[in-house]
Unconditional design. Structure first.
Length: 382
């Protein structure tokens, strides 16, 4: 699982960016080797999306994705553009239905679920959006309130949540209370920053979507998993016609090729899916590696006698995005020095999101364990 990159001086570089994130070195090497001649002297980027060669790439990419997540046959896999933010619009337009008395329930645990709820309110009306809980409003950023503080609607059209909040480092993992959601209510989940990091029971969800640029590939491609029955007309919002490129049915009916798809990002995703299958051995093995990486970093923070601190409650600490503070607080002299010296030692993109500050180390699938070891060794030395 080596991922050795060097700069122009030969110094090793470790990229802890939250996105676009680190990709496996072997994948980049394969893409580089095939860049000029993928098939019969053509670059993949030059091939028609209607060609048999690219159709084969698309089919293989979807098949590998289905195998990795054991996606049931009654679910569609859709490839689209626009990132997860476009999916914030697609969810209410495709699933809110025509009954204006029905609410849509949003569980707000950080920046991205908050943006999703705001977009739903903009499109279908504030009166239809019920905030089941809001860490933003209740001052709970970095934690998930107790279940007795949750307030579901009686019969919502769907329930939305973000499984891993990239900015705040809050992850549900296996702690989402599925038992509180009625069986007939679809659960819509944004898994952009932790998809493929661990096995997932897809059958518990109505819709799963993820922007690729964290764990799946380059920016420019989004993968959506939709249960087939949710493509029925009665689930559509009837307030206005749904633009074709925001309609799940458009992608399903045209095998994700209503318009020209992002061919090269799809190809890169396919290479990463093969890497996960063949080099890693599947998602159970990937989950074990990710747990080892996260445990190493969190234990270093906890054993620093307060020099480092993590603002996230232990049960919900993300394995993918680890925010922490250096003694002296956000924006302090030590934090500035930490980032400067880390970069001098080849560790880049460690600054926290601009909205929250601090430090953030993203430990996506492609970050090797020895890369995390380099970081913690530096933290101890610092």
């Amino acid at each position: 699982m080596q991922n050795t990159r060097v700069d122009s001086t030969g110094k090793r570089i470790l990229n802890f960016s939250a996105g676009p994130g680190l990709m496996p070195q072997s994948v980049l090497e394969t893409a580089a080797a095939e860049m000029l001649n993928f098939s019969q002297g053509h670059s993949l980027m030059e091939l028609s999306h209607r060609s048999g060669v690219f159709e084969g790439v698309l089919a293989e990419t979807e098949a590998a994705f289905r195998r990795l997540l054991s996606i049931p046959s009654n679910y569609k896999v859709l490839f689209s553009q626009g990132g997860a933010t476009t999916q914030f619009s697609m969810a209410p337009l495709n699933l809110a239905g025509s009954d204006k008395a029905k609410k849509v329930d949003y569980i707000v645990t950080g920046a991205w679920s908050s943006k999703a709820a705001e977009e739903a309110a903009r499109l279908i009306g504030k009166d239809r959006v019920n905030t089941v809980l809001s860490t933003k409003k209740s001052n709970h950023n970095g934690d998930i309130p107790q279940l007795n503080d949750w307030s579901f609607s009686k019969d919502p059209a769907y329930v939305f949540y973000c499984d891993n909040e990239t900015v705040h480092g809050v992850e549900f993992k296996d702690k989402f209370p599925f038992h509180l959601v009625p069986a007939n209510v679809p659960i819509v989940c944004d898994m952009s920053s932790n998809i493929l990091s661990t096995p997932v029971d897809v059958s518990k969800f109505g819709v799963i979507f993820a922007g690729a640029q964290k764990n799946m590939g380059p920016a420019g491609i989004t993968v959506t998993i939709v249960r087939e029955d949710l493509l029925a007309p009665q689930y559509k919002y009837s307030g206005s016609p749904i633009p074709l490129l925001l309609d799940f049915n458009s992608y399903s009916a045209h095998d994700s090729m209503l318009n020209t798809p992002p061919t090269f990002p799809i190809y890169i995703c396919g290479l990463i899916f093969k890497w996960l299958e063949k080099d890693i051995g599947g998602l159970s093995q990937m989950a074990a590696i990710n747990a080892q990486k996260a445990d190493l970093l969190y234990s270093t923070i906890e054993s620093s006698n307060g020099f480092y601190s993590c603002p996230v409650a232990k049960p919900y600490r993300s394995r993918m995005n680890v925010p922490f503070l250096v003694k002296g607080g956000k924006g302090g002299a030590l934090e500035t020095l930490f980032l400067k010296e880390a970069e001098e030692k080849g560790m880049i993109q460690l600054a926290g999101h601009r909205s929250v500050g601090g430090i953030r180390a993203s430990l996506y699938n492609a970050m090797p364990l020895d890369g995390v070891q380099v970081l913690v060794d530096f933290m101890k030395e610092f």
